[in-house]
Design a protein around this ligand. Structure first.
Ligand code: F0G
Length: 461
């Protein structure tokens, strides 16, 4: 007789090396967060029990990647690891030319400086902090053209990162195509909660941008995770390998910036990939000023080797199912506990809806920053604010930007934590949720000029 029950799945790896972690006492945690100015970025890692600050550069590398590290060719110029990386990017992503950078923002800097002129507008499917800042530093203004559903944490739209084609075309008509150097398309949109864009929408964006001769630059930081959701949710792709979906996404765009510290399973690295030869030559010339020679761009030879292997592993079906599956596991658990989270659950983390959890705090009382600090105190779990603090100030008026989404991100590193860790996290969130009415807000104590969420300090109101 068939058992009519879904079977459990487990991680497609076993653990070969461990790094001990410890939980300090509640009193010590209270002291640590106060000393850190209630900013989880300013905590010391040794005081953290489960670190869900980010999935960036925090992945566990495989035995193959570590073996690759031993094959580093540390020649200043023409390292064999660069040519391997170039080949791997061409094979898996299909872009013609590669400029290595030390991480994603290095690539964002170069492309922004090369393509954006003072007074330009860059439409995109929601902003990302560093991407938008580099666009602004180059003289441009970012314009959000994501569908409205993306700003509603409870809307269950399966492709919340889709572009609103009417918003996009209206902007092009209003500003003129010559004022729009490119459209910025991210896959698995971080600030929306790790939500995917569909291939059918991306194809329409391509048609529209072709009509106006505007290129598309792809932020491909989490492209494999986006591809996995397409396989799960988009009609016609159920049986398509994730790696083919990744290729198809890339083929609809003209170039890409990559923070290899996420999808690609390395602790440091990135690149700019392009199809236009002339633009590539300019980028290659610029990388030597800011990053390093065009065959290493800030990475060691061994880093490039680990990255090539990481790209290959990132599109493996078993890997990507378990990676996104672990995030879904935590998310489902929190939903069952009644905790308000962004729906559907995203690809790289679970996003707590701080506005809804702490409705007694106004956005000026920094609900997400406050909730992140409380979570740390409860069980040593480090998360990240993604709300008014991350949104920064309007460069024109100097006022706070007030985003619709006021979130705390529980970001899951790849291949690092077990299901038991996820259970501990869920129980801690539940405990804080039940004390929510007693929680009081924070205010700024120190605020730096750029990317303030990294270094600001806060105090209790
Ligand atoms: N684009 C996206 C979508 C990102 O998530 C990040 C980094 C970057 C670009 C910049 O890349 O850090 O390599 O310079 N996100 C990290 C995070 C910091 O925690 O989400 P980078």
């Amino acid at each position: 007789m068939e058992r009519n029950k879904e079977r459990s799945w487990a991680e497609p790896y076993k653990i070969k090396m461990v790094e001990p972690v410890r939980m300090i006492s509640r009193e010590e945690r209270e002291e640590a967060i106060k000393e850190a100015g209630y900013n989880t970025f300013l905590l010391k890692s040794r005081d953290v029990y489960i670190d869900l600050l980010t999935d960036s550069g925090t992945s566990a590398m495989s035995d193959r990647q570590w073996a690759g590290m031993m094959m580093g060719d540390e020649a200043y110029a023409g390292s064999k690891n660069f040519y391997h990386l170039e080949e791997t990017i061409q094979k898996y992503y299909g872009y013609d030319y590669v400029v290595p950078t030390h991480q994603g923002r290095g690539a964002e800097h170069i492309i922004s400086q090369l393509l954006i002129d003072e007074g330009d507008f860059i439409p995109g499917n929601m902003y990302f902090t560093t991407t938008k800042l580099h666009q602004e530093l180059a003289g441009g203004t970012f314009v959000d053209v994501i569908i409205d559903e993306a700003h509603d944490p409870e809307n269950e739209h399966p492709f919340k990162a889709d572009v609103d084609l009417i918003k996009l075309e209206n902007l092009i008509k209003e500003k003129g195509a010559e004022r729009i150097p490119y459209v910025s398309i991210a896959t698995s949109v971080n600030m929306a909660g790790g939500q995917p864009i569909s291939l059918s929408n991306l194809k329409k964006v391509r048609e529209l941008t072709n009509k106006y001769e505007i290129p598309i630059i792809h932020d491909m930081t989490r492209v494999a995770e986006n591809a996995y959701f397409i396989k799960q949710r988009e009609e016609g792709y159920e049986d398509t390998p994730v790696k083919d979906i990744v290729r198809e996404i890339c083929s609809l765009t003209d170039g890409a910036t990559m923070s290899a510290k996420k999808d690609a399973l390395v602790n440091i690295g990135g690149f700019l990939a392009l199809n236009d030869e002339e633009l590539f030559r300019k980028a290659q010339n610029m990388v030597v000023i800011y990053e390093g020679l065009h065959t290493y761009g800030g990475m060691a030879g061994r880093d490039m080797e680990a990255l090539s292997i990481g790209i290959t592993e990132s599109v493996d079906e078993d890997h990507i199912r378990a990676r996104v599956g672990q995030v879904q596991y935590l998310g489902e658990k929190l939903i069952d506990m009644g905790v308000p989270v962004v729906r559907p659950i995203g690809s790289h983390g679970v996003f707590l809806n701080a506005k809804k959890i702490l409705p007694h705090l106004s956005q000026d009382e920094l609900p997400a920053q406050t909730l992140a600090a409380e979570l740390y105190v409860d069980a040593g779990i480090r998360s990240m604010e993604r709300g008014v603090v991350s949104a920064g100030r309007d460069p024109e008026t100097g006022e706070h930007n007030y985003p619709e989404l006021e979130l705390v991100r529980l970001t899951i590193p790849r291949r690092v934590y077990t299901q038991a860790h996820m259970d501990v996290v869920a129980e801690s969130v539940e405990a804080v949720y039940y004390q929510r009415e007693d929680i009081t807000g924070l205010e700024f104590d120190y605020e730096p000029e750029y990317l303030r969420f990294f270094q600001s300090r806060f105090k209790k109101r």
